[in-house]
Design a protein around this ligand. Structure first.
Ligand code: 2AM
Ligand code: CA
Ligand code: CA
Ligand code: CA
Length: 273
């Protein structure tokens, strides 16, 4: 199995790097966009081009593989995740940053087999940061091994999260309550505008935890394996097992920190993917 994963990963990495060139053409921003589910949920032609490049390249190479891509899943449709090798694609994670020219966006590509992430690539081509992981082989930034921090409690933790792209009042209430909570209980709060890059920062040890409600499988599939291979944990924000389709994630440098957070976070339960 590991030889097959190596082959899939190598092909994917080549495609991700070349698709990165589509993004670096717009380092100062991309002013043409359309609205999706709300006035703060945006998409550009580049999101679609990156996704098409990855799906066409991978499906030519691996015709039996399945795909779940943010820009290909019909509005409101559920994701169908089977045991087959499945590429879970966020062509640009941090689209709002991409549009504004804030240099925190990335391609996020995860591969699941038997519904579990076994390989992940998070690539920010603008600052040339490439995070990678394969099951049982560790996590890397630009080819160098990375590891989560030693932090085990909120008091000493940099914690990141996102406000998301929905104007739902209950969601906004949860975000604001949790912002207060981290200001009071944590060491620092961050929000960089990309779920995948937040997870990569936890894997790198630069941040200690990240949580979010409302994310989709494509935001977190690559981050899940990269964080775990870097020695961290991914759980449900209320405690319990991580579920990639639950639209909820809490990842941290340690189970102690994750569990402390799960007992105090204000919870929000979006409709499942
Ligand atoms: P995107 O840039 O691919 O849309 C910032 O809100 C982060 O959350 C980004 O990673 C963004 O992904 C993701 N995101 C998108 N829609 C979201 C939603 N409804 N709730 C929470 N996060 C969302
Ligand atoms: Ca989006
Ligand atoms: Ca995303
Ligand atoms: Ca996206």
């Amino acid at each position: 199995m590991s030889d097959a994963i190596d082959e899939y990963f190598d092909a994917a990495l080549e495609l991700v790097k070349s698709a990165g060139n589509l993004i670096t053409e717009f380092t100062t921003g991309c002013k043409e966009y359309k609205l999706k589910s709300s006035d703060i949920d945006l998409v550009t032609e580049i999101d679609k081009k990156v996704e098409d490049t990855l799906i066409s390249g991978l499906s030519t190479r691996f015709p039996s593989h399945k795909f779940i891509g943010e820009e290909s899943v019909a509005d409101g449709a559920k994701c169908v995740l089977t045991d087959d090798p499945t590429w879970i694609i966020d062509p640009i994670d941090g689209t709002l940053n991409f549009i504004h020219g804030y240099p925190s966006s990335c391609i996020s590509l995860g591969l699941t087999i038997n519904k579990e992430a076994v390989a992940g690539i998070i690539y920010n081509p603008i600052v040339n940061q490439l995070f990678t992981a394969k099951q049982g082989q560790g996590a890397f930034l630009n080819g160098q091994p990375i590891h989560v921090s030693q932090v085990k409690d909120m008091r000493n933790a940099i914690i990141s999260f996102e406000a998301g792209t929905s104007r739902d009042k209950d969601k906004q209430h949860a975000v604001l309550e949790n912002f207060k909570l981290i200001v009071i209980k944590g060491q620092g709060v961050r929000t960089v505008g990309s779920a995948a890059l937040n997870m990569a920062m936890v894997a790198l040890g630069g941040a200690d935890a990240y949580f979010e409600f409302g994310i989709h499988a494509w935001d977190i599939a690559a981050g899940d394996i990269i964080v775990r291979e870097a020695g961290g944990v991914c759980i449900d924000p209320a405690g319990g097992a991580f579920d990639i389709l639950s639209r909820r994630v809490l990842c941290a440098s340690s189970m102690e920190l994750a569990q402390e957070m799960s007992t105090v976070l204000h919870q929000y339960y979006p409709e499942r993917d």
